[in-house]
Ligand binder design. Sequence first.
Ligand code: NAD
Length: 331
Amino acid sequence: MSDIVSQIATLRAQIEEYNYQYYVLNDPSVPDAEYDRAMRELIGLENEHPDLITPDSPTQKVGGEALSAFEQVAHEVPMLSLDNVFDDEGFLAFTKRLQDRLGTSDVSFCCEPKLDGLAVSILYENGVLVRAATRGDGQTGENITANVRTITSVPLKLRGEGIPVRLEVRGEVFMPKAGFEQLNKRAAQLGEKQFANPRNAAAGSLRQLDSKITAKRPLAFYAYSTGVIEGDNQPPESHYQGLMRLKSWGLPVSTEVKVMTTESDVVAYYKDILARRAELPYEIDGVVLKVDSLVQQQTLGFVSRAPRWATAFKFPAEEELTLLEDVEFQV
Ligand code: NAD
């Protein structure tokens, strides 16, 4: 037993360090696949020994802390993370859990690409952008309003009918592949440090103290959910309807978002996006599956760090992908 306790302590310390490097310093020390492996090992051990779970375990927490260089923003509705599945088996276990809890097999999913960027919250009051914040640790984020205002695809003012009085839009700020390549090319020409990947570049660009620097970076935004909403005369019934409403108000929503009604259609959606991964103009590391009915979402609720009604169906890591392709090529 003392072996298990020390194994858990070692994994937690290791993951805390990875989190610090990734979320606070924007400078990951290991590939995501390695991080995910360590996390899965810890979750496995904690599932076998639930009495050893502590509230400060990385399995119970979201992201990293907010940098004190920025003003802090308390999220009115916590910004959570997502649970992960890595294969069909994991996905089917996820849907089985949902169906058992809901007492029905009639569950549709809103399927979305999992953009590899940075989660942000953007608050509109009477249709006007008044504040933007990072996710931070899910409870407290960083005030990055001036930086978000420089992103061309983020409307400063919404358009159309029925806009709630207060509307918090959530989505991903990311750097499209083409912009990332240009940025790194220029950095190389100037002999400056290059970014490891587009996610890193997006995070580094958004958390600049000087918004003039952010304005020069090729950032983009897609909305994928909402937080606090007040004064909404016609609330949507499904997540997809909610996204289409955001689109009608001028917010960009990925054109790859689709509702699937059967498990096999969800798997087909995953495979289709995986096959087109390289062609997409932005980096993704999987697809996100969300129970589409908002009533069902409410019934399912949340656990400490993630909603029960959603999961990220992750793609194989790129380096593992290369190996797989090599094997297929040789055969
Ligand atoms: P996550 O990235 O697995 O999932 C949650 C996030 O997905 C959200 O916060 C949001 O930003 C994003 N997202 C993208 N598209 C979305 C959509 N359509 N709908 C909803 N959310 C969407 O969770 P996380 O807690 O941000 O990070 C964990 C992951 O980050 C790990 O699995 C690992 O891949 C990576 N990570 C790596 C290191 C490292 O050292 N390499 C360290 C920490 C985290």
